[in-house]
Design a protein around this ligand. Structure first.
Ligand SMILES: O=C(CNCCc1c[nH]c2ccccc12)Nc1scc(-c2ccccc2)c1C(=O)NCc1ccccc1
Length: 333
């Protein structure tokens, strides 16, 4: 009945959280982005072009690495980034928890979003194994491989605004949240199959003074790999209606506003409760260095087809990814 915890640290502007894992024998330590919005564990390879400045994985120096002959993978994301390559199995330890034959997907091609992001060596996919991209045989995520050894078949994400957070496996740290954990069952419809998906049946904008509430039901995913909170147009418009300087900028590809604007909180319902994202989390960053216009942390999901509760929302909560009960839990902290 194992349990494990691993620290995670935010990069500048809370764009991503980096967590170290160990791969191979002897252990190679790799800074990775834990991603509950995808299901491939992939790493930059020592011989991959464009990886100068990155820590990379070298299967040739790991005595426990084995090539998975004939296996390949390829993945692309909504920002146009992509990666692809071949597959090994090797020992992967996260926290103090070890999977001995984890599929480790080694990138041989990488788009510029990744070659330019020297903070990370790859991603640890923590969504469902059903959307793993390895062919001819989809591979299990690290969590699915370790799950049966855990005290409870769940993990939690505790991302924090501009400071170190943590991922826990197999247990819920009762000191990591306040009040109750509000649960919502995973959505099983095909669009959301494979993701940590839930329905939020209402929202409100602002704190106790002026609050506008909406009954729009939002079906979205809890996605540590996506930076922003991306919701339906109607919800986003209702939010920025409360920000006098806000405009939906074609040029910037989303809502911008004056950097000195006081932003209202955004509250969304989960199960019997709700989670409030403080207004300050919804000012993502200046549109360019020194600009007095800032880009919103809440943007429209139009064109995606699903809503995404990314890091901007996740860092306001302790989030429980409860595989055993096929549900998602949210608690204030
Ligand atoms: O892929 C993930 C989680 N891994 C991201 C890893 C990653 C992608 N660049 C990275 C760069 C650095 C580190 C990790 C990543 N989530 C999902 S579910 C549906 C979509 C989607 C589908 C179609 C259209 C739009 C979104 C995405 C998506 O593309 N998010 C990223 C994004 C979403 C919007 C805008 C930008 C990025």
């Amino acid at each position: 009945d194992e349990q494990g915890t691993v620290a995670t640290a935010a990069t500048t502007e809370d764009t991503e959280w980096i967590t170290s894992i160990s791969v191979g024998t002897p252990a190679q330590t790799l800074p990775m982005d834990f991603d509950t919005g995808s299901s491939d564990l992939w790493v930059m390879g020592a011989s991959t072009s464009g990886t100068s400045g990155h820590t990379t994985y070298n299967a040739n120096t790991s005595t426990s690495a084995e090539a998975m002959s004939g296996a390949t993978w390829t993945i692309s994301y909504g920002d146009g980034s992509s990666s692809s390559g071949d597959v090994y199995t090797d020992v992967v330890t996260i926290g103090n928890l070890t999977v001995s034959q984890q599929a480790v997907e080694v990138a041989t091609t990488l788009s510029s979003e990744f070659t330019s992001d020297t903070a990370l060596s790859g991603l640890v996919g923590l969504a469902m194994s059903s959307i793993n991209t390895v062919k001819p045989t989809a591979q299990q995520t690290w969590f699915d491989n370790i799950k049966s050894n855990l005290a409870s078949p769940l993990f939690t994400a505790d991302l924090k605004h501009g400071e170190q957070g943590s991922y826990n496996f197999g247990y819920i740290d009762s000191s990591a949240y306040t009040g109750s954990i509000y649960y919502a069952d995973l959505v099983t419809s095909s669009t959301y199959a494979g993701f940590w998906s839930f329905v939020s049946n209402g929202y409100s904008v602002g704190s106790n003074t002026t609050t506008t509430t909406g009954s729009t039901a939002v079906t979205g995913i809890a996605d540590t790999g996506t930076t922003l909170l991306m919701l339906p147009d109607a919800v986003v418009a209702a939010y920025y209606a409360e920000v006098s300087s806000a405009v939906d900028s074609e040029q910037e590809g989303g809502y911008i506003f004056s950097c000195d604007a006081t932003l209202p909180d955004f509250t969304f319902n989960v199960g019997e409760g709700s989670i409030t994202v403080p207004g300050e989390y919804l000012n993502f960053e200046a549109i360019s260095t020194g600009s007095s216009s800032c880009y919103g942390g809440l943007q429209s999901d139009s064109g995606i087809g699903i809503s995404i509760f990314g890091d901007v929302a996740l860092k306001a909560a302790l989030v429980v990814f409860d595989s055993g009960n096929s549900r998602l839990g949210w608690a204030a902290k």
